[in-house]
Design a protein around this ligand. Sequence first.
Ligand SMILES: C[S@@+](CC[C@H](N)C(=O)[O-])C[C@H]1O[C@@H](n2cnc3c(N)ncnc32)[C@H](O)[C@@H]1O
Length: 253
Amino acid sequence: MTIDPSLPAESPNLVKGHVCLVGAGPGDPELLTVKALKALENADAVLHDTLVPETVLALAHPNALKIAVGKRAGRSSAKQADINAELIRLARKGYFVVRLKSGDPAIFGRAGEELAACRDAGVAVSVIAGVTAATAAAASLGVSLTHRDHAQRLQFVTGHSRDGTLPLNLDWAGIADPHATTALYMGARTVEQFAREAIAAGLAPDTPAIAVENVSLKDEQIWQGTLATVGNLLKAASPEGPVIVLVGRAIKA
Ligand SMILES: C[S@@+](CC[C@H](N)C(=O)[O-])C[C@H]1O[C@@H](n2cnc3c(N)ncnc32)[C@H](O)[C@@H]1O
């Protein structure tokens, strides 16, 4: 692969020998930011997650090296240390390296590890924000996550610990706050237990809960229920795509 010397380096996010963590959004290419699109168009190499669809990857520079490093539950994937090493190796070759992550890189996207690895190695690194799954789901549903009559707090929670189970150290009092909206990421397999714990902590079982699979894509699917029913709805459907679960009074307002 050769680097096109004519590529413009018009923004600090596009300079050579540099890693840029780019948010790809939830999947619809039209939800990329203009900055993300420019980064893709100027990339010498794109290291991308499994959740980033072909329609987004197709927007990268035609000569860009494309490397899949994605992680999906139950499937093997590159180790984080290997991804870090590859980012640094390519940047040291003088490439403009795009690390393309679904949604926003700073939300459950291991951006912290990659930023630290680049900085420790003395490699310049920057971040381009993306549309996260929770806000894209709210847009699809046509609701506000923070309707002021119903929610004074918005919390992003992971349903997936390092071993794939529900994390034990979640703040259940915060999750049981009736004036909060909770977005549960990576929780398709653990939402039943999540709901049990939330109800045990005091959140009403009839609190609205909506699961959305493949937000923003053609095959988007929505399951509308309550905290008490959403686990069973997902179990019966066993969706294969990524699922975000929104919980709280605001999403029904
Ligand atoms: C590793 S996290 C990455 C989150 C991502 N950085 C973001 O900001 O959306 C993966 C989880 O994000 C959620 N997710 C990402 N893309 C999604 C989509 N298109 N539809 C539904 N959920 C999505 C799911 O909960 C999925 O299990």
